[in-house]
Each structure stands twice: as C-alpha cells, then as structure tokens.
Ligand binder design. Structure first.
Ligand code: HEC
Ligand code: HEC
Length: 388
C-alpha cells in the first residue's frame, strides 16, 4: 500500500473524540439513517432543494459528507480537500483569484461560493451539463485538466483504502448507506452535505421579513437593483431568490430563469475573443455566438467571495459594478489587449446600464446587505477536524 499521508483528519479525530468517548465510530450510530427522520432546517421562504431519488437525505449521510468535504485524504497527495477551495468563512469561496489544485496547478477559474448551489439549475461558471451536485463532483474529484483533488484510475483504489483503514469511516458509511465504502457513496454523501448549505438570513432577507431596516443608501441600491423600469437592469440577469446563479429550482418548481451572458470583459484584437481555455459557454456548445458567455453568478454573500468574475480579475465590488456601468472593460497591455466594450458578442443589456457614481455606491451598499453572518459561522457546516 502506498504511503498514506496522515491528514489533519487521521491525526486529530481520535484524540479529540476520545474525550467525547466516541472514538472508533460510535458517535454516528446515534444519528438517524432513515430518510423518514430527516427534517430540513431552512430559512423562511425556502422550499427544500430537489433531492435525487437515488440519494435521499439522512442525518448520518450529511454528517459523513461534511467529514469527507473537509478530509484532505481524498486528494492524491493528502494536501487538498473540497474545503481547501471552498472555505466556510468566505461563503465557501477561497479568496484567491483562481483556485489551486492539490498538485499546485492553477485552475483557469475562480472558485465560486457554495451556499444555495443546491437550487441552481446548472453548476459551474459556464458548463451547461452538470445538473446535480453529484454530477458536478466528477470534475473536482476526477478532473485532470486541471487537477483539483487528483483522483485518477491509478490511485482511486488506494485513496479509497485510506478511508477503509480509518477508525470511523467504515461504521459511518454503514450507518449512512447501509453499504460499503465506494466512490459512488463518497459522492452521494458530500452532495447530501452540500444540499444543507442554505443561506437566507442576510439583512436583505431580514428587511424583507420586516425584522431589520436598511440604510437610505442600501434602500436606494435595492430599488436600483430590482427596478424593472430603472437604468440598472441588474435583476434581469441576477434574478430569482439567489439573485443570479441561473434558474432557481426547488421542490416547489422553477423560478427566475436566467442564462449565460457576455459582459464585455475581453475583445482580443477586436475579434471578440476571450483568452483560450476560458472562453465560457462556447467551449461546451461550439457555437460562435457563445464566446465569452458566463453564468451571471448568485450575488448572495458576494461581499465575502472576492475577488470576482470567472477569472478573479476584479478585486472589489466597486470595480465589478463600475465595469458593468462602463459597458465592459478595456484590457491590456499584453496578449489579451482589447476593448471589451466594443465586443461583437457583448449582451446588448450591458449598454443600457446607465448608473452614475452615487448609484454605483448605493448598489455596492445593497450588495453588502446580502451577507448572511449566521451561516458562515454555523457549526453545522464547520470543519469537524478543527481543534476547538
Ligand atoms: C482546486 C480547488 C477546488 C477544489 C479542491 C474543489 N473545488 Fe469546487 N470549484 C472550484 C472551481 C474553480 C469551481 C468553478 C469551476 C468552473 O466553473 O469551471 C468550482 C465549482 C464548484 C461547484 C459549482 C458551484 C456553482 O455555483 O455552480 C460546486 C458545487 C463545487 N465546486 C463543489 C466542490 C466539491 C464538493 C469539492 C470536493 C469534492 C470541490 N468543489 C473541490 C474549485 C475547487
Ligand atoms: C446582461 C446580464 C447582466 C446584467 C444586466 C448585470 N450583470 Fe452582473 N454579471 C453578469 C455576468 C455574466 C457576470 C459574470 C461575468 C464573468 O465572470 O465573465 C456578472 C458578474 C457580476 C458580479 C460579480 C459576482 C462574482 O461572484 O464574481 C457582480 C457583483 C455583479 N455582476 C453585479 C451586478 C449589478 C450590481 C448589476 C446591475 C448594475 C449587474 N450585475 C447587471 C451579468 C449581468
């Protein structure tokens, strides 16, 4: 057997849990594994997300999924976990311009936050294919371009063996699935945990419920954002309960569909091209008109997920709002030089955004009301291996 890197996981869990006299897997026996016993803990106004029929929720599975999400043993060299690129305090984004995988390779894109991802009709910045969290996970686990966790055909059995050799996982998998430690169950458990990452308690939500008051500037920003007749047009792309992120799908149905847009970030050599390897929807459809189209991201918790845009190229909220207001961005010098504002692929709505300096400041103030302090500090989502 190859050397098993002793992740924080292996090292700490027993020491800590001994104190709670739960080492060896006893603790999860208490967690219900019958889906009939599962109850959602959701903010007001949120129906449960859609749950695939072959992966029903249960408490033992969610708890197992949380451990796996934070466990560095799931990566090729024991250095990276899902949580390495998706940090709770940053609304499960990572604070980097572009993410970095287990082997040090840079990802071409920025790591998005994960709250409410369970409600998104599509996942990732521009990929129309993954429709469920289970499907999405094949990329970070098994993807090779770029390597994220670095699981591949050569090492997948050995990585699974690390879990089988653990003092707790065998009992936890048995309790969650009544079944063995296998990749399909690893994916299902993590997806079940991700479905519990629901955020709907920001000051914006509280103001809607009448339990908080927004400042004048925040209220002006809110009115601009949602104003159907106004000059900002934000809600037309960042619509629905998640303020973007594509169509919102809950167990009650679908609301506020939105698609993929080019907002004029690049126009290499006047051709409208985006940098190779990060051209958006066109890479999946092959249609020339999809050049530079990316999903309008959900803006929930956006103040925590800097830097911004698919490539992390905008550092502040002020900068992002300004480049929407400017009708795109002039990029250069260097190989990607061009005036994105003149891109032939830019969405026509971007030119209709007519907002001055005060409007932009008000919009930023509004965007900052979308932070949900409770969920980023919620112990249910925290690292189970962390020292107290
Ligand atoms: C190397 C850093 C990295 C690691 C490790 C990583 N991710 Fe991600 N994640 C990203 C990036 C970057 C994206 C955006 C990918 C894209 O659009 O091409 C992403 C996207 C996602 C999305 C889509 C969110 C949305 O709004 O559409 C989900 C869900 C997700 N990751 C879950 C996970 C899970 C679960 C794991 C562990 C199995 C994981 N990630 C590991 C960097 C990472
Ligand atoms: C035509 C559709 C469209 C309109 C209108 C629009 N946006 Fe966007 N927005 C997008 C897209 C698409 C992105 C991501 C672009 C990329 O990364 O290439 C984005 C990105 C953002 C981001 C960065 C989010 C992140 O996580 O990186 C913020 C903030 C934002 N928009 C705010 C606004 C505000 C405020 C308005 C109204 C003034 C607005 N948008 C209007 C489509 C739109």
């Amino acid at each position: 057997m190859p050397l098993v890197p002793l992740g924080r996981a292996a090292l700490l869990s027993c020491t800590l849990l001994l104190l709670a006299s739960a080492c060896g897997g006893g603790s999860d026996a208490a967690l219900p594994s019958d889906p009939a016993d599962w109850t959602w803990s959701l903010p007001a106004g949120f129906a449960p997300p859609v749950v695939p029929a072959d992966n029903p929720m249960n408490a033992a599975k969610v708890d197992l999924g949380r451990r796996l999400f934070y466990d560095t043993r799931l990566s090729v060299n024991g250095t990276q976990a899902c949580a390495g690129c998706h940090t709770q305090g940053l609304a499960f984004a990572d604070g980097r311009a572009v993410a970095r995988g287990a082997t040090g390779q840079n990802h071409p894109r920025n790591a998005p936050g994960l709250f409410n991802a369970a409600y998104q009709a599509t996942l990732d910045w521009a990929n129309p294919a993954p429709r469920t969290l289970e499907q999405q996970m094949h990329t970070p686990l098994f993807g090779e371009q770029p390597v994220e966790l670095g699981v591949n055909d050569a090492n997948r059995a050995a990585i699974l063996q690390r879990l089988k050799d653990d003092a707790q996982y065998p009992a936890r998998f048995a309790s969650a699935f009544g079944g063995p430690i296998q990749w399909d169950n690893v994916v299902k458990a993590i997806a079940a945990f991700e479905r519990t990452l629901v955020s709907g308690g920001s000051r914006y939500d509280q103001a809607r419920a009448g339990t908080a008051t927004l400042s004048d500037s925040e209220r002006r920003g809110l009115a601009l954002f949602f104003g159907e007749q106004g000059q900002a047009h934000c809600v037309q792309c960042h619509g629905g309960p998640n303020l973007g992120g594509g169509a919102f799908v809950s167990s009650e149905g679908s609301v506020g569909g939105s698609g993929f847009y080019n907002i004029g970030l690049f126009n290499i050599g006047g051709t409208g091209a985006y940098p190779a390897g990060s051209q958006g929807l066109i890479e999946f459809t092959g249609r020339p008109e999809d050049m530079g189209k990316f999903r309008a991201p959900s803006l929930r918790n956006v103040a925590l997920t800097a830097p911004y845009l698919h490539d992390g190229s905008a550092v502040t909220l002020e900068a992002v709002v300004a480049l929407h207001a400017d009708g795109g961005r002039v990029f250069g010098p260097g190989p990607y030089t061009g005036d994105g504002r003149a891109s032939p692929y830019k969405d026509p709505l971007i030119d209709r955004i007519g907002i001055g300096a005060q409007d932009q400041a008000d919009l930023v103030a509004f965007l900052r009301t979308l932070t949900d302090e409770a969920v980023v500090n919620d112990v249910r989502f925290a690292d189970p291996f962390a020292r107290p």
